[in-house]
Design a protein around this ligand. Structure first.
Ligand code: AMP
Length: 400
């Protein structure tokens, strides 16, 4: 079975084609600058060299057509015809309260996705465009929606309810949803295999630390709390996002600095986080390098980032009455021994004992805890595309 995984942004479209017999990636790539001049497709066939194909793509439909052309082309193709694609899995950011798992896309699902545009105005519209483009070009192929929010739908009301008038939840769906669910689910499942214990017997804290960052409390395989909220702005300090702040700050910015809602939105999402504190970069590598050279603001940005990670892990350990394992994933989680050490050094009270030699690793799966550490520390590279492909396969098999 061959499955195409699509992840659409407003001007980009990432794709991977999987052969599900061995979960091998047959081809992967990204269409960039869709709807902008000089659009291009970067396509990597299997183990071959990456090729860059330049051609204007006015919209996502033209981008999908170009992806399919590349996948079937004589020079860099990996399949003979579109008929070899058995199903398409789409990453969809927001599934609201309606979707607690992945779904076969049909008209009622499309209607729901359109309703959720109000909740994810930047993300759901390009996701919908990608689905519609595939429906137009490949109308007979099974399509599945895999939601960033779905895994967190198991959160109890006490975790997802804000201290706001209840009517705002009932009338406007304002509550915690959480994001990165596909990644938290993937690494939690993998952790259970690595530990040789069923998920039902494990209390895990999964730390997805990349440019966007979130932490989840996973009890018996179910997300019971997570740091991102109504939007992906809440929680940890991120590359350019503020994470948690006093909710009175935007009001102050409006009243005292005359800032508009869109200026505040831009400030909190694009000019804050480690970039805003350090003034150096949103890329943790640059911030780590600057801190190592003695840049005090860069060091402060890292310290503030670590401190909040440590606080959330403590909070989730309290929420679950202890933890069995801490899992690090995503760009920073997988690649920064310095960050893992700084975090774990403050968690010895929980029984976290990091093996500093084993921690000298980047991007490679492993158990980084001391042999007798009561709490395991796992590095699990995330693979959201593979998770989407697996979920899509389940849905396609359910139809046959
Ligand atoms: P992601 O959003 O998961 O792609 O993660 C991106 C973040 O991971 C960026 O801030 C990168 O700087 C960070 N990252 C990637 N590789 C490294 C590394 N070797 N050391 C520190 N941070 C890294």
């Amino acid at each position: 079975m061959k499955i195409l995984v699509i992840n659409c942004g407003s001007s980009s479209l990432k794709y991977q084609l999987f052969d599900m017999e061995d979960e091998n990636v047959l081809a992967a790539g990204i269409a960039e600058r869709i709807g902008i001049e000089r659009s291009l497709l970067k396509h990597t066939p299997g183990r071959g060299e990456r090729v860059t194909l330049e051609k204007d793509m006015a919209n996502h439909k033209e981008a999908i057509a170009m992806v399919l052309e590349a996948l079937t082309s004589e020079e860099h193709g990996v399949i003979n015809s579109f008929d070899e694609i058995d199903a398409i899995g789409h990453r969809v950011v927001h599934g609201g309260e309606e979707f607690s798992g992945s779904v076969l896309i049909d008209q009622p699902v499309m209607d729901a996705l359109k309703r959720f545009i109000a909740l994810a105005p930047l993300h759901n519209p390009p996701n919908i465009m990608g689905i519609e483009a595939c429906q137009d070009i490949l109308p007979s192929v099974t399509q599945a929606g895999v939601f960033d929010t779905a895994f967190h739908q198991t959160m109890p009301a006490r975790a997802y309810t804000y201290g706001l008038p209840y009517d705002l939840y009932k009338k406007h769906s304002i509550r915690r949803y959480g994001f990165h669910g596909t990644s938290h689910k993937f690494v939690a499942k993998r952790a259970s295999q690595m530990l040789g214990k069923p998920l039902e017997e494990l209390k895990l804290v999964t730390c997805h630390l990349g440019n966007g960052a979130s932490i989840a409390a996973v009890d018996a395989g179910c997300s019971v709390d997570t740091s991102m909220g109504f939007t992906p702005l809440e929680g940890l300090i991120m590359g350019t996002r503020s994470g948690d702040i006093d909710p009175a700050i935007p009001v102050f910015l409006m009243d005292k600095l005359n800032m508009s809602s869109s200026e505040i939105n831009d400030l909190l999402n694009k000019q804050s986080g480690v970039a805003g504190i350090s003034g150096v970069s949103s890329d943790f590598r640059d911030v780590e390098d600057a801190a190592a050279r003695g840049d005090k603001r860069a060091q402060l940005a890292l310290d503030a980032f670590y401190y909040r990670v440590i606080k959330y892990i403590g909070a989730y350990s309290a929420a679950m009455n202890g933890i069995d394992a801490l899992i690090f994933t995503a760009g920073l989680g997988e690649n920064s021994p310095e960050m893992r050490e700084a975090v774990c050094d403050s968690l010895t009270y929980l029984g976290v004992q990091l093996d500093k030699d084993k921690n000298k690793v980047r991007g490679k799966e492993g158990d980084l805890a001391m042999a007798d550490s009561p709490v395991r520390v796992l590095l699990v590279p995330t693979n959201e595309e593979l998770m989407i492909a697996r979920e899509t396969k389940e849905i396609a098999l359910g139809l046959s």
